[in-house]
Ligand binder design. Structure first.
Ligand code: AMP
Length: 282
């Protein structure tokens, strides 16, 4: 059995462990909220190709959840996660408690703009990117990685974090990793654990419709019409749709025709009480 990675949970121990790892070469960080699946492991694999040593953080970040969201019920399973990370060859796990990350008196919050204010996730989770930006800035300054890997699954988040690293002159390269999907196309997510077997089948509609819309748009169909029809199809299987949008891959600005592209299609919707997001390139 592969050896479990070392787990540290306070900042001085983290700094010492990172200093030791750095003697071996470049360090990559993969930030996660745990409940690890193959999508997270693909990020670790990419990190291992980009650096000699890999640190994974596991922290369910309360500041990115609204009071009515699933912070307390979010799936947590540290010992299973550590077994998976051992198999994946991770060197160090940074698993702080909330009180370590946000000690009494904590009073600083980053408010990202630009890609964090384009009317996608930010319209439905207004608190979200402030919480993400704050915790990611902390993770990057705590772990001081040369490279940090984030999934395209959270496409807008990836853009917000790349902007944050540039704007704060953080000496780290932000790398995006492709979406890993279930056999039926459903994008892997820790929140898929909330879905029943039947809902998992229905949830795959998101990806199927996205791919179909992308194909039609690439073949010059009218963008707004394609999105209207795609939205109707997603709602017809029982989703409450938050958005289905065509955006510029970099700026996330709205696009009306292929000529405004390159285009990324992004979707978010709720199936029962579970909110799912997904995206594809056109
Ligand atoms: P989370 O634990 O959900 O906060 O995700 C941690 C990181 O894993 C983020 O950078 C996500 O974008 C990424 N991630 C989550 N699901 C997937 C997936 N299905 N494929 C690729 N990356 C993913």
């Amino acid at each position: 059995m592969p050896r479990r990675p070392r787990v540290v949970s306070d900042v001085p121990a983290l700094r010492r462990a990172v200093a030791t790892l750095r003697r071996d070469g470049r360090i990559a960080l993969v930030p996660t909220m745990g409940a690890l699946h193959d999508g997270h492991i693909s990020l670790v694999r990419l990190a291992r190709r980009r650096a000699k040593r890999v640190v994974v953080s596991i922290f369910v970040n309360p500041t990115q959840f609204a009071p009515n969201e699933d912070f307390s019920s979010y799936p947590r399973n540290l010992s299973k996660d550590l077994a998976r990370l051992a198999e994946a060859g991770v060197d160090l796990v940074w698993a702080p408690d909330v009180k370590v990350m946000y000690p009494d008196g904590f009073a600083t919050r980053i408010t990202p703009e630009g890609p964090a204010k384009v009317g996608l996730e930010d319209s439905f989770r207004p608190h979200f990117f402030g919480g993400v930006a704050t915790v990611v800035a902390k993770l990057l300054t705590q772990c001081t990685p040369d490279v940090a890997v984030f999934g395209e699954k959270d496409y807008q988040q990836l853009k917000v974090i790349a902007r944050l690293a540039t704007d704060l002159d953080l000496p780290v390269k932000i790398v995006g990793a492709p979406i890993v999907r279930e056999a039926n196309g459903l994008a892997m997510s820790s929140r898929n654990a909330y879905l029943s077997e039947a809902q998992r089948g229905v949830a795959a509609t998101l990806c199927r419709v996205l791919k179909d819309c992308a194909h039609r748009i690439a073949n010059k169909a009218h963008v707004a019409r394609v999105l209207d029809e795609g939205s109707a199809e997603i709602e017809s299987v029982g989703f409450t749709l938050d958005y289905l949008e065509a955006r510029h891959v970099d700026s996330l600005a709205k696009v009306e025709t292929l000529k405004d592209g390159p285009i990324r299609l992004l979707v978010a919707g709720r199936l029962g009480t579970t909110r799912l997001i997904d995206n594809v390139a056109v």
